[in-house]
Design a protein around this ligand. Structure first.
Ligand code: COI
Length: 331
């Protein structure tokens, strides 16, 4: 059996070597390149392809892969918003993702960023770096004094809620598909509008599917409290970034942490040191004291990377054997 993996990064190699040791009967080929119509032929002769990328898996890409005989596609990440599922269905693909590699990793990052915003660590660190050790005016706010609105209560949102409870924050939540336990706890508000009206800070944990496109926009921001804090570690397309920038400019949004950006492909996980950003908006956001930009690293922990590799390769083997792994995507 042969599995071919795309976009393998150096930091994934220890996990991959470990997986190969445990599966000596499987031949693994890989490249650092991403799966595109051009690189699809690298997988020729393989039973399954393992991929990780934020580029779109278009009909053209999937067709190119099918043409070299590979119709099993295992994603090493959770988001499936970049797959053309109509094409995948038409071409007879099997697809899996890794829905639970480490919800803690992402939840933790979001809450670290929220606490950093509240305690104003970015301007404070900048002062300390300049040897200015005065307190004022960098006074912080306490987590337990905040009502935090959690949008999306799947695996990651629920971990975030646990962290918030540990801080003593008041949590309110919204999800189209409420979780029974949280419902019994009375955490849910009836509508997003209710959440916007009550929350001092709002953090998002929903997928970047079309119906969530620009969930946070001019109108929704207008419904929020003055001085609301926003956190997005989920998908860039959940926010109309221009509306968020307008909110920051007017003070309606007091602070903002973003780990994802609608235009992040080709921008994040690249070294721009000594160069100008191709996108002036990102330069503007990074320059602000009250904005924390991280380049899609919420997931990026040793535990998560290990799980992403192991679970996706296991699923690729299952598909190759004609089985349906538990993490197969239904479409
Ligand atoms: C995901 O798992 O979907 C992420 O956002 C992480 C990233 C490696 C794509």
């Amino acid at each position: 059996m042969k599995i071919f993996a795309y976009g393998i990064r150096d930091d994934e190699k220890p996990a991959l070597e470990d997986w190969e040791k445990k599966n000596p009967d499987v031949t693994v080929g890989y490249t650092q390149e991403l799966l595109t119509p051009e690189t699809a032929q690298l997988a020729k002769g393989s039973d399954s392809a393992v991929v990780y990328q934020q580029l779109d898996y278009t009909k053209e890409t999937l067709t190119a892969l099918a043409e070299v005989g590979v119709k099993n596609l295992s994603l090493r990440n959770v988001g499936t918003d970049n797959i053309d599922f109509d094409a995948a269905k038409e071409l007879g693909f099997n697809v899996s993702n890794v829905p639970v590699y480490s919800p803690n990793a992402i939840a933790e990052h979001s809450m670290i960023q929220l606490s950093r915003l509240l305690r104003r660590t970015k301007p404070m660190d900048a002062k300390v770096a300049k040897h200015d050790l005065r307190w004022a005016p960098t006074i912080g706010r306490e987590m337990r004094m905040q009502t935090v609105g959690v949008i999306g209560t799947g695996n990651i949102g629920r971990k975030a809620i646990n962290i918030l409870k540990g801080f003593g924050a008041k949590v309110i939540a919204y999800d189209k598909f409420p979780n029974k336990e949280l419902q019994e706890e009375g955490l849910y508000v009836d509508s997003l509008d209710d959440l916007y009206a009550q929350a001092d800070a709002i953090s998002l944990y929903v997928p970047g599917v079309p119906e969530n496109h620009h969930l946070i926009n001019k109108d929704s921001i207008a419904k929020m409290k003055d001085g609301v804090v926003l956190v997005n570690v989920s998908r860039g397309n959940l926010m109309d970034i221009d509306a968020v920038i307008d909110g920051l400019n007017s003070g309606k949004v007091s602070d903002f942490a973003m780990d994802v950006y609608e235009e992040e492909v080709g921008l994040f996980n690249e070294d721009w040191s000594g160069k100008e950003f191709p996108d002036p908006k990102i330069a503007d956001l990074i320059a602000r004291d009250n904005v924390l930009v991280t380049p899609h690293i919420a997931f990026y922990t040793t535990k998560a990377v290990d799980e992403m590799v192991h679970q996706s390769f296991d699923a690729a083997v299952a598909f190759a054997k004609g089985e349906t792994p538990a993490i197969a995507v239904k479409f």
